[in-house]
Write a protein that binds this ligand. Structure first.
Ligand SMILES: Nc1ncnc2c1ncn2[C@@H]1O[C@H](COP(=O)(O)OP(=O)(O)OP(=O)(O)O)[C@@H](O)[C@H]1O
Ligand SMILES: [Mg+2]
Length: 1049
């Protein structure tokens, strides 16, 4: 038995996510008939129940009301179900629920229920929300949410007969998923690609039939692949059995595949050797219908071209495809002449056009069409074909060519769209497969299609009826068995080995000797003649039945199959000569389509090709296995009338569908059953946090724990039952209440967990940071640089940034202490001055009064700062001491020869002495005059230029008294040292206003006697490469311009 999902009736939305639950978290509701029994739960609950019952419009006398969910019907019967569907249909309410199954009736008109506003309404909604009408959107939203929040693979199984709206529903699902999933960039591209597969697959795989103008003539299963964020990242299309017989023949009022008409209406006809009139082609006119009302083939062709392009088909690829299509059409035009046992092609033009299109030789093509090669006792034996056989063989080629092109096309789409499994978290599969078909003439194709529908019905029964009831019994739940028709008996009749219809057909196809459709029929009569679901003229002794038919009583009704063509279609082999003719064309596409045409492989090939029936059966089995491995959702499509008209409801037709779709049984099981079941331990695990008695630790038995939770939350006794291992909950609303309560609790639990986790992470990070520091600095004392070059941890945890900064500071101080302690007091003083100079002139340092951060002043800090450079002047010691004594200075801090810019703009030699309180700019004889003494407290600012010159402007408080000095007079740059000494001396003398300003390009000063009124003068600076003349100093000065050595620029 296949695994049963936990919640077959899908209350997945309820058991999912915070958003939904929170939004409607306070809603406390019970549905329908159960409502009255439960309404005493709480006053809020009863109010809501009344509201819900109004919204669900349950009862009005004996009248059957158009309930939104058929399980709310007062009395369940086929008639009542049809009545509800009819009433809703007349109100344009085409969707109705049976629990979470959506019943959909084709409106045959455009309804305004699919626009963006509607999508927004259903997004994150609940299917039992009375404000939301039943909709495919709800079902899709539930599936998508389950995928996103529980990571489970989903599938939506859409069933119903031809023309009931399956394909439309599948497109609605895809559009909804594209709209509600996150988007942007590559994801949007994927979404567009997914949607673009539809026009292509429909053009090549759909056709007009009497039942449906856009009938899918193939089965389609499409996985939409999602990543961990719920983004669609890819897709994979699987197709099942294309009705290839349609290529060559159509019933009256039917068309061949759309793409042929589209190609003639909008394709490059001249290059394809085609003409625009479809009635000129044997393969297109058989159904006497080449146009579909309201369909624009030319526009559709454009759309197909665009979509192909988007899906990665180059212009070359597309041309290759169109050429094969044209060749198929022209194959239908070929005429054959018979010459006894041999034949030849009489329509030479068509033959040569085909050869041109396929890039092959007309001769080889003709040979292929008119001969048959077989392997006899290990040898290739070729024989000619008579004209009728050759004509038949040509049809086979046309069908196979088209079928293989279709499969190749799907393969290419997958190559472009499908992403590897490791990039996919989960998928939503959408199955849109041909509906059950009953035509006046039913052949092998209808047989396969109807078998497929039997298998799907079987799956539906398994999941919604049989397994569910079985589970209630196994779990010991009080349950009244509900009868339903299990179609397994029909599936067995068809696919059981060795005596099923398919097995007998295979046997007939491979046995040697004379075999025909009729010999197979008589075998069927013998083997399954007594089966309740099989009938034929012979076994029924009914002379009114034709001789060449058999009847299968499918779950959806009796179908008469004409045996004609069964053996041939099942054998499904193409003569070797044709595969070879295709393979040998100079056309890579054909080589890919006909690999078996490679003659070298013929003699080696021992395996008998798989029959079409067996291949289909295998593909059905894998499809069912695929669906079984996912959480299913169902859309049951119903066709309201046979005329494809809006607003017409044929009750008889609908009743038939309601009957065979098993909707009434579905309603009964659903209504009597439970929407949610879960092993008791899992329930406890999930919901224990709701109840303070069970959370965090519950020490009683599991069942007691579950009971405790249900009591605590106030769930009434008839809302749930305990099975042997599971607990069963009746209504989704109850699950919703549980989930809501859990959601509310989860927020606080999550916060706690997050806090604990963060603390843990910080502790861990801190630990590793500290460890790293300890390791790096373990030998810091022995390091000659005292750790100066050690590498600090790079990844500092955010929380430790402050600590990291402090540690670096502590280390820097310790390092400085280590470096300074061996120095003498004088050495320290010199170092201090130097450091200050460095601070002044390097941009890294920003001190309040030093605007050196923007502009750097390059100074040779490498040179030793000796401070007193005047000892060579005769009598310096004595004179300077006398000077200090006279002006109450304690000592000379800096002494050097210098040059001063005089009022005339010339340089005068001076000796510069910086004492504690004064700056003396004396001549070499140390003659003191008042104007040569500057009190340090009168210095307002020290102005420099950023160039590597040696000039400084001292700005004094008194206007017109600015002093311009050159500290490079003795060919050594002493500017940095002087400025540092001066700045520090000013500070020490109490002048805290003094500022150091570094300018860029020009420095103003005013040393004119006229003081305030005078225009300031400007020192400009220019680099030059010329060497200084001796005695000129570091810089040359001329007309207010300082020329400094610029090293070559
Ligand atoms: N929801 C809808 N709204 C409007 N028109 C619809 C809707 N569903 C179906 N139709 C109409 O019915 C037609 C047939 O529907 P669709 O092709 O989906 O049927 P189907 O079940 O896929 O049939 P088949 O088994 O033949 O492929 C559509 O072409 C469209 O005109
Ligand atoms: Mg379809």
């Amino acid at each position: 038995m296949e695994p049963v999902p936990e919640q077959p009736d899908g209350v997945r939305k309820a058991i999912l996510r915070h958003g939904v639950s929170r939004r409607s978290g306070s809603r406390e509701s019970t549905p329908g008939g159960i409502r009255s029994r439960h309404s005493s739960g709480s006053s809020r609950g009863s109010r809501l129940s009344r509201r819900i019952s109004r919204a669900f419009s349950l009862r009005r006398g004996a009248e059957v009301l158009p309930v939104r969910d058929l399980i709310l019907l007062d009395s369940i019967s086929e008639e009542n179900v049809v009545t509800v569907l009819k009433k809703r249909f007349q109100d344009d309410q085409i969707y109705t629920y049976i629990g979470s199954v959506v019943v959909s009736i084709n409106p045959y008109k455009n309804l305004s229920v699919y626009d963006d506003n509607q999508i927004a309404r259903y997004r994150g909604g609940n299917y039992w929300d009375p404000g939301l009408e039943p909709h495919v959107y709800s079902l899709t939203d539930a599936a998508y949410s389950d995928l996103r929040f529980r990571g489970r693979n989903q599938c939506v199984i859409i069933s119903g007969e031809s023309g009931s709206g399956k394909t439309e529903a599948s497109k609605i699902i895809m559009r909804y998923v594209a709209a509600v999933s996150p988007g942007g960039g590559k994801v949007d591209e994927v979404k567009t690609k997914l949607l673009k597969t539809n026009p292509v697959l429909e053009a090549f795989g759909n056709a007009k039939t009497v039942r449906n103008d856009n009938s899918s003539r193939f089965g389609k299963y499409m996985d939409i692949q999602f990543d961990y964020h719920g983004n669609p990242v890819g897709g994979k299309v699987t197709t099942y059995l294309l009705e290839k017989a349609r290529v060559i023949r159509q019933n009256n009022d039917e068309r061949c595949f759309h793409i042929f008409y589209q190609l003639l209406a909008g394709g490059p006809l001249a290059s394809l050797h085609l003409q625009s009139d479809p009635t000129q082609y044997a393969y297109l006119k058989a159904g006497n219908c080449v146009r579909i009302k309201g369909t624009n083939d030319a526009a559709n062709f454009k759309e197909v071209q665009n979509s192909l392009k988007y899906l990665g088909f180059s212009e070359n690829d597309q041309n290759g495809v169109f050429q094969v299509l044209a060749a198929v059409l022209l194959l239908g035009q070929l005429q054959f002449d018979g010459q006894g046992e041999t034949s030849s092609v009489s329509s030479i033009k068509s033959l040569s056009d085909i050869a041109k299109l396929l890039n092959g030789s007309p001769k080889k093509l003709e040979d292929g069409l008119t001969h048959k090669t077989v392997v006899v006792e290990g040898k290739l034996v070729s024989s000619p074909l008579q004209a009728d056989k050759a004509s038949y063989s040509r049809h086979s080629l046309a069908k196979t060519l088209y079928e293989r092109l279709f499969i190749w096309l799907c393969g290419r789409i997958n190559e472009n769209l499908c992403v590897p499994d490791d990039e996919v978290k989960a998928v939503i599969g959408v199955l849109d497969i041909y509906g059950f078909e009953i035509f006046s003439m039913n052949g092998f194709e209808q047989f396969c299609i109807n078998y497929c529908n039997e298998k799907l019905q079987q799956l539906f029964i398994e999941l919604t009826l049989r397994t569910e009831q079985q589970e209630y019994q196994d779990e010991g739940i009080t349950w009244v068995e509900i009868k339903y028709f299990n179609n397994r008996i029909i599936c067995d009749l068809i696919d059981k080995k060795p005596s099923g219809v398919m097995a007998l057909l295979d046997e007939e196809c491979i046995r040697p000797g004379n075999k025909s459709d009729l010999t197979w029929l008589s075998k069927l009569d013998q083997a399954v003649g007594r089966h309740d679901h099989y009938k034929s003229r012979e076994v029924a002794k009914d002379r009114t039945l034709p001789q060449d038919i058999f009847i299968l009583k499918h779950y959806a009704g009796e179908v008469r199959y004409t045996v004609d063509g069964f053996v041939d279609k099942n054998t499904d082999t193409l003569f070797k000569d044709l595969s070879q003719a295709m393979y040998e064309c100079n056309n890579p596409l054909l080589k890919a389509l006909f690999p078996e045409g490679n003659k070298d492989l013929w003699l080696g090939a021992s395996k008998r090709p798989v029959t079409a029936g067996a291949a289909f059966k295998t593909s059905m089995a894998s499809m069912i296995a695929e669906l079984n491995a996912k959480i299913p959702s169902y859309i049951r499509c119903i066709k309201p009338n046979e005329k494809k008209r809006p607003n017409q409801f044929d009750a008889k037709l609908v009743l038939n569908q309601v009957r065979y779709l098993g909707l009434v049984e579905n309603v009964r099981v659903r209504r009597a059953g439970f929407c949610y079941r879960v092993p008791q331990d899992k329930f406890l695990e999930r919901f224990k946090l709701i109840c303070p008695h069970t959370y965090p630790v519950w020490s009683g038995t599991v069942k007691e724990g579950v009971n405790e939770i249900l009591l605590y939350i106030g769930i009434l006794a008839d809302e749930y039952q305990f099975g042997r291992t599971k607990v069963f909950i009746k209504n989704p609303q109850t699950v919703f209440r549980l989930e809501s309560a859990r959601d509310d609790k989860i927020a606080s639990v999550v916060t706690k967990l997050q806090r604990a986790w963060r603390a843990f992470v910080i502790r861990r990070q801190r630990g590793s940071y500290v460890e790293e520091i300890l390791q790096v600095f373990s030998k810091v004392k022995d390091d000659p640089h005292f750790g100066r070059k050690f590498k600090w941890p790079r990844d500092v945890p955010r929380q430790l940034l402050g600590a990291d900064k402090n540690l670096k500071k502590i280390h820097a101080n310790w390092w400085a202490d280590k470096k300074l302690s061996p120095l003498s007091a004088d050495q320290r003083d010199a170092l201090r001055v130097k450091v200050y100079a460095w601070r002044c002139y390097c941009s890294e340092f920003r001190e309040r009064d030093v605007q050196a951060d923007v502009l750097q002043k390059p100074l040779n800090l490498a040179q030793a700062y000796r401070a007193i450079y005047a000892t060579h002047i005769s009598g310096y010691e004595q004179k300077s001491r006398a000077l200090c004594a006279q002006y109450h200075d304690s000592k000379i801090r800096f002494a050097s020869e210098t040059r001063k810019v005089n009022r005339a703009g010339k340089l005068d030699k001076r000796v510069l002495l910086l004492a504690d309180k004064h700056l003396f700019k004396l001549d070499t004889k140390f003659k003191v005059t008042a104007k040569r003494i500057i009190a340090l407290h009168s210095i307002r600012a020290i102005h420099l230029n950023k160039t590597p010159d040696t000039f400084v402007v001292l700005k004094l408080d008194e206007p017109g008294k600015d002093v311009v000095l050159d500290l490079g007079a003795s060919a050594e740059n002493r500017l940095g040292e002087f400025v540092s000494h001066l700045f520090l001396a000013c500070r020490h003398s109490g002048n805290n206003r003094v500022k150091v300003n570094v300018f860029d390009g020009a420095v103003e000063y005013n040393n004119s006697q006229k003081a305030a009124g005078a225009r300031p003068k400007v020192l400009t600076f220019r680099g030059e490469t010329e060497a200084r003349k001796s005695g000129e100093g570091v810089c040359r000065f001329q007309r207010q311009t300082v020329f400094y050595p610029s090293g070559g620029n």
